[in-house]
Design a protein around this ligand. Structure first.
Ligand SMILES: [Zn+2]
Length: 216
């Protein structure tokens, strides 16, 4: 079963990808991991990747695609894989489509975690964490008993730095421009399964399992 995960940052696609990996025993593949592994192992692709990065050059789409192809043709992908974060743009998707076709392979299903940007921003804005014990809260979805105070240890709750709203909105803008067009791209191929992300982690997972049943 060859799967692509689609969805905005914060949509939970990484978490669901991990679950697919566990249930079906197929690897969860991200381009960042492939880059690191190839560089660490000193492979030919790794040397090329390092050369691009040392020169501060943008890595060409063809090269990223080569890295992904090399990875999905390794033995642990014999029963399939979950691609997370690739393709990231339409040009990458076109190159990948063609490479798969040339190899006589295909993507079976693209899981789209569908959530509006407004919802994602609201969810991000409400996140609070206890700096002392690490307990997580949400101002509307999971508020503490006393506003701003940790139920567990009584410390004052904070907003994490990486929950910075402006940074997150910028990431959503980039996603809308570069990555969101992948949804209609794969819809045209008839392989998109849209999951209503608002339902929450468990109901979404059940919907995904139901959708994947026919590819088992
Ligand atoms: Zn606490």
């Amino acid at each position: 079963m060859n799967v692509i995960m689609l969805g905005a940052p914060g949509s939970g696609k990484g978490t669901q990808a991990e679950r697919i990996t566990e249930k079906y025993n197929i690897p969860h593949i991200s381009t960042g991991d492939i880059f690191r592994e190839n560089i660490k192992n000193g492979t030919e692709l790794g040397k090329q990747a390092k050369a691009y990065m040392d020169k501060g050059e943008l890595v060409p789409d063809e090269f990223v695609c080569d890295l992904v192809l090399d990875r999905i043709h390794q033995a642990d992908c014999a029963n399939g894989y979950v691609l997370d974060g690739f393709p990231r743009t339409l040009p990458q998707a076109d190159i990948f489509d063609k490479a798969l076709k040339d190899a006589g392979e295909k993507i079976d299903v693209a899981i789209f975690m569908n959530l509006s940007n407004e919802y994602l921003v609201q969810r991000m804005e409400g996140r609070r964490v206890c700096p002392k014990c690490g307990a997580g809260y949400h101002t509307t979805n999971m508020p503490p008993k006393v506003q701003g105070i940790c139920d567990e240890c009584g410390s004052e709750l904070i907003q994490r730095k990486d929950d910075n709203i402006e940074t997150f909105k910028n990431r959503l803008e980039v996603y809308d421009k570069e990555t969101a067009p992948l949804v209609p791209h794969y819809e045209a191929q008839g392989i998109v399964v849209t999951i209503d992300g608002k339902k929450g982690l468990e109901p979404c997972w059940q919907d995904i399992v139901t959708a994947l049943t026919k590819f088992e």
